[in-house]
Design a protein around this ligand. Structure first.
Ligand code: P5A
Length: 444
């Protein structure tokens, strides 16, 4: 993409309404625009990152054997009357009446609707196990929407629902979600720690939240610092292997890590003092096992091999897709702007032409641009007629992990400069070598 043809409305001033760094940077980098409290338009740069995050979530869900579908944002109230949650959900639910006077709502979550789909189409235990998920907008009329996309009213969530014959099979689905989430967050350059939590309005006994440590996080968390060293890495996971999946979960959950709702002070005291940490975290996901809480009242049953009809065991599992943008920025920025991890960056590399209009630098930039595209990379070419300082400031603000600087002085030696946004280190190299290096970095 050429910057002169793109839509990147960066702001010079720091917006006064933004209290935390990710919100400030998303506004300044022209990623989002607030349309009403907690409701945002996703401008091209923000939308690009959102799509990349969605893509990673899809890939990891499907790797775990979970099946995508798409449910609507608007739901009939009657489904929620069946589960008993229509009244329970309270003020957070946006209630709507259509022209026929039917009660509708903008879905804050989809347990009821997916249970309805299941009961309408599945009758036999032979069709289990089944996990369906979608990535869809949700609405929760939060009392205090704040911090930009972190606590929105309209927000994008990946929500998945497992249907299993018994508790044991459903706990395997729970574990499968935990492991697939660990991989999902690691691919985004994040350390998200699973912590024993409280189930709130979703219900159930077993639940873990995934927290990214950040001083601006809304949750207070207590943990043994050893948990921050754990990584899934690139180990092979067989998602059908119950023992393997359970042992990965045990590795991550046997070290003390809890939110304030489940914190056990006495147990915490048994950890060596230097490893005892109290910090703040951003909740980027939560998984639940709730057994037959929805299947029983809503009649989601299957016939077993002995001919018995039993309600299925279920869980639901959510990732805060839009919130993740804020969480990644909170975890990865400096005083000049965002620093995107390669896994989610909106463009792979920025090209800064230091002398726009000069035949030599223009030709070199065009050559780099074409060479990068030919290798499947996605460059952003700053072809504006601007000073070097202004071009660098924009690149630093929007946070592309790599920058190629092209100027007449380097080109006289046949060289361009490749700079890492994270370390600030630069290296000079030939044009083809630069393309090769970037292709290698991105595994192309
Ligand atoms: C699990 C999936 C559920 O709703 N039902 C379906 C279950 N869980 S949850 O914890 O309430 O939400 C899942 C994740 O969504 C994100 N989230 C939000 N993101 C932005 N703004 C909000 N107001 C908001 N509320 C929840 C969180 O990341 C949460 O973990």
């Amino acid at each position: 993409m050429r910057l002169t043809r793109y839509f990147l409305p960066v702001l010079k001033e720091t917006p006064a309404e933004a209290q935390i760094v990710s919100h400030r940077l998303m506004l300044r980098a022209g990623m989002i625009r607030q349309q009403a409290a907690g409701i945002y338009s996703w401008l091209p740069l923000g939308y690009k990152v959102l799509r990349r995050i969605e893509q990673i979530v899809h890939e990891e869900q499907q790797r775990a054997g979970h099946i995508p579908l798409l449910m609507p944002t608007l739901q009939p109230a009657d489904l929620w009357r069946e589960s008993g949650r229509y009244d329970d959900y309270g003020e957070e639910m946006l209630r709507i009446r259509d022209r026929h006077d039917r009660d509708m709502l903008y879905g804050p979550t989809n347990e009821e609707m997916i249970t309805d789909i299941f009961r309408s189409h599945v009758t036999s235990y032979k069709e289990l196990p089944l996990t369906l998920y979608h990535i869809q907008w949700k609405f929760r009329d939060e009392v205090r929407p704040r911090f930009g996309v972190m606590r929105g009213r309209e927000f994008l969530m990946k929500d998945g629902y497992n249907f299993d014959l018994d508790r044991e099979a459903a706990l395997h689905a729970y574990n499968r979600h935990m492991v697939s989430y660990l991989r999902t967050y690691e691919r985004m350059g994040l350390t998200a720690i699973p912590m024993r939590a409280d189930s709130g309005p979703i219900g159930g006994d077993d639940t873990h939240e995934f927290l990214v440590l950040a001083s601006t996080g809304e949750s207070e968390v207590f943990f043994d610092s050893a948990v921050t060293e754990l990584r899934l890495g690139d180990r092979e996971i067989d998602y059908d292997d119950r023992e393997q999946v359970a042992s990965v979960c045990a590795e991550f959950t046997s070290v003390y890590a809890r939110t304030d709702e489940t914190h056990d002070a006495a147990l915490f005291e048994t950890i060596p003092e230097e490893r005892r940490k109290v910090a703040r975290g951003i909740e980027v996901g939560q998984i639940f096992y709730f057994g037959t809480k929805y299947s029983e009242p809503m009649g989601a049953t299957v016939v077993t091999d002995t001919g018995e009809r039993v309600p299925v065991h279920m869980g639901s599992h959510g990732i805060g897709v839009s919130r993740l943008l804020g969480a990644i920025i909170e975890a990865s920025h400096d005083d000049k702007g965002i620093i995107w991890p390669e896994g989610v960056t909106p463009f792979d590399v920025g090209i800064c032409n230091l002398k726009q209009g000069d035949a030599g630098t223009d030709a070199a930039c065009d050559q780099l641009y074409a060479g990068l595209k030919a290798r499947g990379l996605d460059p952003l070419y700053d072809d504006r007629d601007e000073r070097a300082g202004a071009k660098f400031a924009t690149m630093d603000l929007i946070g592309l992990p790599w920058r190629l600087t092209v100027g007449p002085r380097g080109l006289a030696q046949g060289k361009v400069e490749l700079t890492s946004r994270r370390t600030g280190e630069s290296e000079e190299m030939g044009l083809e070598a630069a393309v090769d290096r970037l292709a290698q970095i991105y595994g192309r």
